[in-house]
Design a protein around this ligand. Structure first.
Ligand code: EPU
Length: 420
């Protein structure tokens, strides 16, 4: 077990490159199952979640090979199994994303039920509703979900009650090789959905409208592997932008698509941060004197839930009152108790957190309760008085490529050491 030890107080400056997007890559790796020839994926970050989904594919009989520095080669010419076991799905809920592809490729899939997780119950009813609409028979039992469509899937009109990212991705994958047309209404519009559609279309799928509120999928007989470069990680970029803001720093981030970060940039500007955008990235500067801002998380293009905890750390040290409302997940305030241990003044009422900015946080041992909570604690540690020790960093390793190296490049005093 390891922890991060951060000594606060350094103003960050310099330049780093943002890695490929975890949440685009996971469904894209799952979609590779649909290709009957190998796929080559580029800009692959070094992340635990990528290793986990690669293990899932390996379990299904596919070959996944990493080629340095950042390429993944997936040979999906043969599949030996259509079942994803509990040990892997338990490790990462997103393993459930292989269901749509398996159903499309093999006409059947058996996946362990993901169960609860740190940020809420996260049901999968919308995924299942989509598969059923496409003609799959769903059977639940012994902790597994089995979907069967021995005669293949058939296109359908599907309305999502909530624009779930995962359900949209799973349905797009399953519908790509269904017979006829699928019309998906009220889908998620996240950039990661568009990247998945781009990849599937390069594989031979016929998907239009990804990124809007209606996606049309014309089923094709089969897909082949493809070469694809994954989009930059907007949440990693947003996290480093907040790092510049919170430390009164001056950071340049390369490989950023600013159009994916509009609400984050708007809120940073509202707080008094200077953000200069150009074609390849952003420069983020802050005098350290910031104003409080209110935030409400929403599906894209609203403010991303995955940036909520990082903004809360920023507001915790910004004089005045700010209000953060979480509407996407029902239990995503677990960083609050840890921030309070560092001296933050935060009160939770239902889905709303009211933050009274304090002059200074103080370093102490804290625990990352999930990936973004971990990022928020690292950010708080960068400005806290003295040393902050962040434990349970396996959560951070799931989604931040070389976090220590990147922060050290920017001048942070952060090291990774064994616990105990
Ligand atoms: N929901 C349902 N039924 C469903 C599916 C979702 O009620 O069948 C609910 C969830 O319980 C939740 C809300 O809908 O309250 C949003 O869930 P969604 O399905 O959109 O999220 P996801 O696909 O499980 C992805 C990201 C998350 C990110 C969310 C929202 C991946 C692998 N994960 O999760 O990323 O927070 O979309 O943008 O893409 C992270 O990176 O830290 C992370 C948690």
């Amino acid at each position: 077990m390891e922890k991060l030890v951060i000594t606060g107080g350094n103003r960050l400056s310099g330049a780093i490159k943002i890695s490929g997007a975890k949440n685009a890559l996971l469904p894209i790796i799952a979609a590779s199952i649909l290709g009957k020839t190998p796929s080559i994926l580029q800009e692959i970050p070094d992340l635990e979640d990528v290793r986990t989904i690669s293990e899932v594919l390996h379990e299904l009989g596919l070959t996944v090979r990493r080629e340095e520095p950042d390429t993944l080669v997936i040979d999906s010419s043969s599949i030996s199994k259509c079942e994803a076991p509990y040990e892997l799905v338990r490790k990462m809920r997103a393993s459930f994303l292989v269901m749509g592809s398996l159903l499309g490729r093999c006409g059947q899939a058996k996946i362990s039920l993901p169960g609860g997780c740190a940020i809420g119950t996260r049901p999968i009813d919308l995924h299942l509703k989509g598969f059923e609409a496409l003609g799959a028979e769903i059977v639940l039992g012994h902790g597994y979900i089995e979907a069967r469509a021995p005669q293949g899937l058939t296109g359908a009109r599907i309305y999502l009650d909530f624009p779930s990212v995962g359900a949209t991705e799973n349905i797009m994958m399953a519908a790509s090789t269904a017979k006829g047309q699928t019309i998906l209404e009220n889908p998620a519009e996240e950039p990661e959905i568009v990247d998945l559609a781009t990849y599937l279309n390069t594989m031979g799928a016929r998907i239009r409208g990804a990124g809007t509120n209606v996606i049309k999928i014309e089923g094709v007989a089969e897909l082949r592997g493809a070469t694809h470069t994954v989009i930059p990680d907007r949440i990693e970029a947003g996290t480093y932008m907040v790092a510049a803001a919170i430390t009164g720093g001056d950071i340049r981030l390369d490989n950023v698509l600013v159009e994916h970060l509009k609400p984050v940039i708007a809120k940073l500007k509202e707080a008094g941060v200077t953000v200069d955008e150009d074609i390849n990235g952003v420069r983020v500067r802050s005098s350290g004197k910031l104003k409080p801002v209110d935030i409400k998380t929403l599906p894209y293009p609203g403010f991303p839930t995955d940036m909520q905890s990082q903004f809360m750390s920023l507001m915790a040290v910004t004089a005045g009152t700010s209000v953060v409302t979480e509407t996407v997940f029902e239990n995503r305030f677990m960083h609050v108790d840890e921030l309070k241990r560092m001296g933050a003044h935060i009160k939770i009422e239902g889905r709303t957190a009211v933050i009274e900015g304090v002059g200074k946080l103080t370093g102490c041992p804290v625990k990352a309760t999930d990936l973004r909570a971990g990022a928020a604690l690292v950010l708080a540690g960068l400005v806290a008085d003295g040393q902050t020790e962040v434990g349970c960093i396996h959560h951070i390793d799931r989604g931040y490529d070389n976090l220590v190296g990147k922060f050290r490049t920017l001048g942070a005093d952060i090291v990774r050491t064994p616990t105990g």
